[in-house]
Design a protein. Structure first.
Length: 227
DNA sequence: GTCTGATCATAA
DNA sequence: TTATGATCAGAC
């Protein structure tokens, strides 16, 4: 057996798209075999497995660094689990929400705006009754937020950040926001980080992340594939 | 059936 | 602990 090398990094957007398109229709089992790895029985203990498998095939290099998957192209790769009805099964994690040091932070300079500036979505069958190795990869979609989409994101972001600045982070639930929600993003409920309390004093709370609601990502996919 | 809060693995 | 990659699973 010769060692398996990761495919090279695409140099252009077109090349990345071509290569993503070439993966469409294949199963995760086939892709795992090409990468020389064995699919886990389920994703319970490997929630990021699908995303990392696709990153490998497309030659993403960022690893766990806080930069886009394809640095040169400024493109972020996201896999999205799809149900039998063609709609996303899960919300999409975007990034962790800053809870302190927010003075002067606005939407234009937010981490989330930059994360979502250009995203390569790759739908993957996600129904739990389909064995992981048998799930098919779908057609990729390169997306940039429309003005309307960005406006929706910005509005929710500003509402949520206002609450965080006012020390109301613990009053925020997943119901806040139309397209963007704030939910815990942690290893467990013992992992704490610093935030503002109601009176401006520091408190310890669960790290939070921004997630795109399924109806928002469903609309993105629908706009591209159904029209 | 859907949603929300909780959780899992790994690297640095 | 924070960053990456997300899905699980009980509540509703």
């Amino acid at each position: 057996m010769s060692p398996i090398e990761q495919p090279s990094t695409p140099q252009t957007e077109a090349e990345l798209l071509d290569r993503a398109q070439a993966l469409a229709g294949l199963t995760l089992g086939e892709l795992a075999q090409q990468a020389g790895i064995v699919p886990p029985p389920d994703l319970r203990r490997d929630k990021g497995w699908v995303g990392q498998l696709l990153e490998w095939h497309l030659g993403a290099t960022a690893g766990s660094k806080p930069v886009p998957d394809f640095i040169e192209l400024g493109i972020e790769l996201k896999t999205i689990p799809i149900g039998y009805h063609g709609k996303p099964l899960e919300t999409t994690f975007v990034c962790v929400a800053p809870l302190i040091g927010l003075h002067g932070l606005d939407w234009q300079h937010s981490h989330i705006k930059h994360k979502l500036a250009k995203v390569l979505w790759i739908p993957v069958e996600g129904e739990r009754d389909i064995p992981l190795a048998d799930r098919h990869v779908g057609s990729p979609l390169l997306w940039q937020p429309s003005e309307e989409e960005e406006q929706q994101l910005r509005q929710d972001w500003e509402e949520l950040m206002d609450m965080i600045v006012l020390g109301q982070v613990e009053q925020i639930t997943a119901k806040h926001g139309e397209v963007l929600q704030l939910r815990p993003k942690a290893a467990n409920n013992k992992a704490l980080t610093e935030a503002y309390g109601a009176n401006g004093q520091p408190i310890k709370t669960l790290p939070r992340g921004f997630y795109l609601k399924t109806h928002f990502t469903a609309a993105i996919l629908a706009k591209h594939f159904i029209i």
